[in-house]
Design a protein around this ligand. Sequence first.
Ligand code: NAD
Ligand code: TYD
Length: 335
Amino acid sequence: MKLLVCGGAGFIGSAFVRRQIQLHDDVEVVCLDKLTYAGNLDNLAPVAEDARYTFVEGDICDREVVEAAAAGVDAIVNFAAETHVDRSIAEPDAFIRTDVLGTHTLLEVVRERGIGRLVQVSTDEVYGSIDEGSFTEESQITPSSPYSASKAGGDLQVLAYHRTFGLPVMITRGSNTYGPYQYPEKLIPLFVTNALEGKKMPLYGDGMNVRDWLHVDDHCSGIEWVLGKGEPGEVYNVGGGNERTNREITSIILDELGLSEDSIEWVTDRPGHDRRYSLDTGKLRAQGWASEVDFEQGLRDTIRWYRDNETWWHKIKHGEGEFAQWQKRWYEDRA
Ligand code: NAD
Ligand code: TYD
């Protein structure tokens, strides 16, 4: 089995690539990644020397690049996307380009080359916010942010290419994911690394927004299941069943690091902030998939990983990249 993994230098994509190489002797991986601010070859260092792994730097919007990278592959898994909601509010253009046009380019290459399968890694955010109950795969999509709207645009193209051209494509909609190697702009790694540096944790609004948290290993096992056994044209929700308010997440981080609530800074809310995400994962669970990581244990292990791997995130936060400028642009007026 030869896989093209797009966006494999990011948080979840790199976990998926490491998993394929480390757990499956018969899998070869070509990783195609543009290495945007969020792409990081350090995430792939554990497999960099493996003969079954190849890295190609390139853009999923560039058809020639994708065609060359896809030569001889059996399947494509697409993680490549602009992914941060706050950046999509501040600077939406790249989201439309990569999440919509990039997905279209991959579909065209699958169509032209007759590639066996494509899994589009999507998000529960396409459904929008839900006050009570949970979203099933049949729920309407009503995205709130430019990020979730661009992901929804990608999803709709995938489904249309199945209906129109019969392409063997599937969609996973994962919930908020946590674990090692997550770019430290997202809630958990931002709060943990800020706390480790003696900085404040900028909590939006009243801190009562709810997310369903999924460990990155469980997210990857769900995607792997769909890659192997999913039905073409189908959508699969992949959730952890761990709904927590941001306040609760913050309390566990404070507790693990022995800090007080003085480390919280209450800041102006994100515009269009979805109140609650909740996924019904019955469809995938009925097929035998289950998440395995206990949430509180997984979160505490993740916090310790950032504590023990300061070199990894210090390079991002204080190196040559644009992390500091982004933080200034976004948070300066929110305090
Ligand atoms: P990430 O931001 O950590 O990584 C994205 C990767 O895509 C980076 O390596 C980046 O360089 C690459 N990329 C961006 N634009 C590209 C382009 N035009 N061509 C090639 N590569 C490009 O993201 P992540 O958190 O690992 O998310 C991966 C996927 O999972 C995304 O599609 C996201 O929508 C989805 N998802 C994420 C979460 C989450 O909580 N992080 C939850 C559900 C779904
Ligand atoms: P985030 O990690 O950006 O993921 P998403 O917006 O895709 O769910 O945010 C998770 C939650 O944490 C969301 O409700 C917004 C909140 N949040 C803060 O309160 N402060 C922050 O600085 C960030 C980045 C997020």
